[in-house]
Design a protein around this ligand. Structure first.
Ligand SMILES: [Zn+2]
Length: 57
């Protein structure tokens, strides 16, 4: 199985979601379509593949 690691250099800001610890920031990679979630309290990014979160207006 071939695996190419995307560096996620072109990110599109999707929106933020308020939590108890602050605000989660959601980005989507324009190249591969992965969704990156950045948690402010842990200063760490989570990558979710194939997930397309929706943000109600
Ligand atoms: Zn990517």
């Amino acid at each position: 199985m071939r695996e190419e690691r995307c560096r996620h250099e072109e990110l599109e800001f999707l929106g933020g979601q308020r939590t108890e610890g602050g605000e989660n920031l959601y980005f989507r990679c324009k190249v591969c379509g992965d969704v990156i979630i950045v948690l402010p309290d842990r200063k760490k990014g989570y990558i979710i593949r194939g997930v397309k979160p929706t943000f109600p207006r």
